[in-house]
Design a protein around this ligand. Structure first.
Ligand code: NAP
Ligand code: MG
Length: 494
């Protein structure tokens, strides 16, 4: 579609910002609303229901009733499969609309909203839908006078609290396995990007997911989010967001009913490029492409690049030639690969880290400034620091913006040690032509995912999640069912 057509659609878009409870659109009980301002151009997009404790009570009661009467969980598996596959089909049928909402809400380029986020999200729902009638439980090796069954049952009411960087995809990573397992879900999207989740709830209802099985409560973290985490009738909270909030979620679970608390948190992922890297151009393209993808607002962004000294100069020369391609552009232009930063607070954080890197003595080789100021939106240049010391804040803290820190190394063991010297453990990568070195390094890296000679080319079939303070539990793959099911033993005397 042309940029002009996207802008015409954007200008005409009608957004219903009310919550979605028990199959209906509804205002917050207090009547309170908040404004959604687009980071694309500073325009007010919608007024959104500011849900709080009374709305959480209503949504949880609705989800509890839906769970108890079995309107969803007791359907034959093949029937749940058909509904989830229909839900995925409807997402595809509404791909343009969903992609536009996502781009306007949080600023990512329309080409990615359309070809990455909507596609991955619908595929996730479809994949779990298709799994429903293909998973078997177990019979234990019990003595001859007994029959011992090990079965999985849904946990009940699942609260999903998600961030703004991949709003639709993070919703799908929770919804897919939670709904497939037969639970009811109350979803709280981020106040910074609630719009696609609200539309998803309508599509789910249209697909045949019964009222109450999927409720969406927009609102603030310290209001709706906190009320969910403290709720005595929520059985499980599946959280994706910052490590700081993740710690609070786990505490609130302990402080209330010990609901199962699963956390998918931040990262500071290391990308190690050895001198014997089999394809330097591919390594450069992946390093640069992955740190600037989604404006650097990715939990698994390879924000620390360790390059072996003999190839450092060649690597940087190639990298600096690629960087200008990621200059921010109009997110509604399908040619744009870098969009807007989600909001002014995040932009300030990112620019603050850039100032910090400069002051600490890192060499700024590209970017460093705000961009497209005349648009009224929020944009930052793709930024690259060389000569970064492991002790600098830009090497230690998650920036969540388009900022790459390059650290040189001469000894691989020392690079691995530094790669692991972080509270995080989400992802990592190593590039080498030596299979033994690749395996030794991937074993030594304390991260939930290790990429070898590529970055982030995985898919729904493998688990995603963190070691250490990057969280617990795993999204994606059949392992995600561990989060949304209880294991039951039934021992039968014959
Ligand atoms: P965040 O500030 O922790 O917020 C995440 C969610 O928690 C939002 O819905 C937020 O609501 C809510 N929240 C905030 N305070 C809360 C509280 N006291 N009680 C309950 N809920 C609360 O994180 P973010 O800035 O949205 O997201 C960025 C972070 O997510 C990064 O650290 C990134 O690495 C991480 N992330 C991790 C993964 C993964 O799979 N490991 C994937 C994507 C992102 P409001 O926004 O409405 O305040
Ligand atoms: Mg907040």
């Amino acid at each position: 579609m042309t940029t002009q057509s996207w802008h015409e659609r954007a200008a005409a878009v009608q957004i219903d910002g009310r919550a979605f409870i028990d199959g209906r659109r509804i205002d917050a009980a207090s009547g309170a609303r908040f404004d959604r301002i687009s980071p694309v151009d500073g325009r007010k997009l919608a007024e959104v229901a500011r849900c709080a404790a009374p709305d959480v009570d209503a949504a949880v009661a609705s989800s509890r009733a839906a769970f108890e009467d079995g309107r969803w969980g007791y359907l034959p598996p093949a029937a749940r499969k058909r509904v989830l596959v229909r839900f995925a089909d409807l997402m595809l049928a509404h791909a343009d609309e969903l992609a536009l909402l996502e781009t306007l809400d949080m600023g990512k380029p329309i080409r990615y909203s359309l070809n990455t986020d909507v596609q991955l999200a619908q595929n996730c729902i479809r994949w779990y839908g298709e799994a429903v009638d293909k998973i078997y439980d177990q019979v234990a090796p019990a003595p001859q006078d007994s029959l011992a069954l090990i079965t999985r049952e849904p946990v009940g009411v699942v609260a999903a609290v998600i961030p703004w960087n991949y709003p639709m995809l993070m919703a799908a990573w929770k919804l897919g396995p939670a709904l497939a397992a037969g639970n009811s879900v109350v979803l709280k999207p981020s106040e910074k990007a609630p719009l696609s989740a609200l539309r998803l709830a309508e599509l789910a209802l249209e697909a045949g997911i019964p009222p109450g099985v999927f409720n969406v409560l927009p609102g603030f973290g310290n209001e709706a989010g906190q009320a969910l985490a403290l709720h005595m009738d929520v059985d499980c909270i599946a959280f994706t967001g910052s490590t700081r909030t993740g710690k609070q979620i786990v505490q609130m679970a302990g402080q209330s009913n010990l609901k199962r608390a699963w956390t998918e948190l931040g990262g500071k992922s290391a990308n190690i490029v050895c001198a014997d890297c089999p394809d330097l151009d591919a390594a450069v393209a992946a390093a640069i492409g992955s740190i600037y993808f989604n404006q650097g607002e990715s939990c698994n962004a390879p924000s620390r690049l360790f390059v072996e000294e003999p190839i450092r100069a060649a690597f940087l020369e190639k990298a600096l030639r690629l960087v200008p391609r990621y200059a921010p552009g109009d997110p509604l232009d399908e040619a744009t690969v870098m969009g807007a930063i989600v909001d002014a607070a995040q932009m300030k954080t990112v620019l603050g880290y850039i100032e910090d890197g400069k002051a600490a003595g890192a060499r700024l080789l590209a970017g460093g400034n705000a961009a497209r100021v005349e648009s009224g939106g929020l944009y930052v240049e793709p930024t690259l620091f060389d000569g970064v010391d492991p002790a600098m804040r830009i090497a230690r803290e998650e920036i969540f913006g388009p900022v790459l820190s390059v650290l040189a190394f001469t000894d691989l063991d020392e690079a691995i040690r530094q790669a692991n010297a972080t509270p995080y453990g989400l992802a990592a990568a190593v590039w080498t032509a030596d299979i033994g070195r690749a395996i030794r390094t991937s074993r030594a890296l304390r991260a939930g995912t290790v990429h070898v000679n590529q970055y982030d080319n995985d898919d729904i079939t493998v688990p995603f999640g963190g070691y250490k303070q990057s969280g617990n539990g795993r999204d994606k793959s059949l392992h995600a069912f561990d989060k949304y099911t209880e294991l039951k033993t039934t021992w039968i005397q014959i």
